[in-house]
Write a protein of this length. Structure first.
Length: 117
């Protein structure tokens, strides 16, 4: 039974799911727009929006929290706190947008873009 198990499994163990979200979030922060499957984009959205919300308040605790969620890459953490978070300082949420694309011709997988607004 799936009681208290929210989120998509992606047919992966828990450690691979967390690594997937971490790498998708890192790519989104670096490139500010990525193309992926619709399910992964929908799952990434709350993950990245929580990171940006933490980035809006520049404290040591928030820097450590964002660093632990994204891996210990100082340049990515610096970009969250110096570029992305000030851009959304007055916005009350909804920092990303998921746009559906045409299905893949090979396997009919639903694709989507996820980008910062």
């Amino acid at each position: 039974m799936r009681h208290h198990k929210k989120g998509r499994a992606f047919n992966r163990p828990a450690n691979q799911r967390s690594a997937l979200m971490k790498s998708l979030a890192r790519s989104l922060i670096i490139h500010e727009s990525i193309a992926t499957t619709e399910a992964k984009a929908k799952e990434l959205r709350p993950y990245i929006e929580k990171i940006i919300s933490h980035g809006r308040v520049d404290t040591v605790a928030n820097r450590r929290l964002v660093s632990s969620r994204l891996g210990n890459d100082d340049e990515i953490v610096k970009k969250v706190f110096s570029t992305l978070a000030p851009r959304y300082a007055t916005r009350p949420g909804g920092y990303t947008r998921v746009v559906k694309r045409a299905p893949n011709a090979v396997n009919a997988r639903e694709n989507a873009y996820i980008a910062f607004v």
